[in-house]
Design a protein around this ligand. Structure first.
Ligand code: TYD
Ligand code: MG
Length: 457
């Protein structure tokens, strides 16, 4: 019989384990960090596990559904993105660039959350004084306010955090941030991915066992989603990303909260906030937030699209610019609408309207900087590109929504009447969209891109 191994090689930097010695750790890339470690600890864990009761499966029908056990965060836009509040026994990852407002959002939620249980804010990044200063600025402190009940603990030490959790049994835990968590169990160097995963998993397990909810903050850097927060996504129930843009219609900076994963709701909804003097506030009517108010004629290359973001309609200004290509190949510059979509719409125009675009560089922008992924933007995009190329402006006060097929057809959309209504409410008296005609005057229903262009230009 093969002799059972009694040791492995463990990296002293990140905790990675290898069956044989290597000069360099394949996980963290450090040299000479693998050391021989006995695996007695694991053996005993297994042995003690066997003394417990045998695992058993049970009928699904005997399980209480989780439905209904949600805590309202007190911030409508956050609840909307979460699918109706913070689910108990769940872990929510909140990612975003540094300075975007993650700590602000979660401190505001901690103050407003509709629970009588304890709320614990754990910060490994800021001192207690800094958090207090922010809380004062947000106006959540003072007699009678709910901010009084927030408890804070400023450390990333997992063992200390565990002690506090056991002692105070909070129902809502905010960890700011996952990157500052460390444990002596998971290697010697704090801040490694292994540390973050190990500690996060421990906290996630704790909330699942104690019917609490956990917010884990994770920083994401500008140059792409580094492996850090991404590696936590599969462990949590919900992943939210916080991103920013500047709004044309409001004074403060706009912030969008999007769900990238949600076990308890849809990922279509976005939360819209503005960051102001007193922290994040909710935008009452976001439909006009991205609208540029213009007097008189529109400049060429500008079209207004009525797009859906979750359950809401937004009116956004699409801007297009075409210039003769500088290189042998024409290029598309568009970071708010997927470049592949822009290229496809441009090719459709070229083919079905005979308007040459393949020798042009194409620049596309969305006013306010919001990213638009909804298919209904295509007809407005086509009109903006056509208008830019021909220098003929679109008529003012016309909103557009429609999907464009490669065959040049304008395809029907979901919730078209809602879009028309939202546009009318904002003073758009005509609307270009797929046939048949909607009830009410001012709706131009078209079957294909040719008749669409004919009816607006
Ligand atoms: P913060 O929540 O610290 O960001 P993160 O945790 O994502 O790193 O937000 C920091 C920014 O928000 C900072 O630039 C200051 C600004 N801010 C306001 O404009 N108003 C406020 O009331 C607060 C608290 C912050
Ligand atoms: Mg922060």
């Amino acid at each position: 019989m093969k002799k059972q191994r009694t040791f492995i090689f463990k990296c002293s930097s990140c905790g990675h384990e290898e069956p044989k010695w290597l000069g360099r750790c394949p996980e963290c890339g450090e040299w000479n960090t693998l050391t021989e470690t006995p695996i007695t600890g694991r053996g005993t864990a297994k042995a003690s596990g066997s003394s417990r009761a045998l695992p058993q499966s049970f009928p699904l029908s005997s399980v209480d559904p989780l439905e209904g056990s949600r805590i309202a965060s007190g911030i409508g836009e956050l609840d909307r993105v979460l699918g109706g509040g913070i689910m108990k026994s769940s872990a929510i990852l909140v990612g975003g660039e540094p300075g975007i407002g993650k700590s602000t959002l979660l401190l505001q939620a901690a103050a407003a959350a509709d629970t009588k249980g304890r709320i614990l804010y754990i910060s490994g990044e800021e001192s207690a004084g800094q958090i207090r200063m922010r809380a004062d600025r947000l106006g959540i402190m003072g007699a009678g306010t709910k901010g009084e009940r927030i408890e804070i603990f400023c450390s990333g030490n997992l063992e200390e955090i565990q002690t506090i959790l056991e002692a105070s049994k909070p129902v809502l835990i905010i960890v700011d941030s996952a990157q500052t968590l460390f444990s002596s169990e998971a290697g010697l160097v704090p801040g490694t991915i292994n540390q973050m995963k190990y500690c996060s998993w421990d906290l996630i397990s704790w909330v699942k066992e104690h019917d609490a909810a956990l917010f884990l903050v994770a920083h994401v850097t500008k140059d792409g989603l580094i492996s850090g927060p991404k590696s936590l996504e599969h462990m949590v129930d919900t992943v939210l990303y916080f991103e920013g843009a500047s709004s044309a219609a409001s004074d403060g900076d706009c912030r969008f909260l999007r769900a990238a994963k949600n076990r308890f709701g849809s990922v279509d909804e976005i939360g819209i906030f503005t960051m102001g003097e007193k922290g994040l506030s909710i935008v009452e009517d976001p439909s006009l937030l991205f609208l540029v108010r213009r007097e008189g004629e529109l400049p060429p290359g500008v079209a207004t699209a009525a797009v859906l973001e979750g359950s809401r309609t937004l009116l956004v200004e699409i801007q297009a610019l075409t210039v003769p290509a500088k290189g042998a190949m024409s290029r598309v510059f568009s970071d708010r609408i997927d470049s592949a979509r822009v290229s496809r719409v441009a090719a459709t125009i070229e083919k079905h309207l005979g308007l040459r675009l393949s020798d042009q560089d194409l620049y596309i922008n969305v006013a306010g900087g919001i990213r638009i992924a909804e298919v209904g933007v295509e007809l407005a995009l086509a009109c903006a590109i056509y208008s830019a190329r021909t220098s003929i402006p679109l008529p003012a006060k016309t909103a557009i929504a429609g999907e464009l097929s490669l065959a040049g057809e304008v395809r029907p959309l979901r919730r078209q009447p809602g879009r028309v209504k939202a546009a009318r409410n904002l003073g758009f008296d005509s609307f270009l969209g797929p046939a048949p005609n909607e009830s009410g005057t001012g709706y131009m229903g078209v079957h294909d891109i040719k008749s669409a262009i004919k009816s607006v230009f």
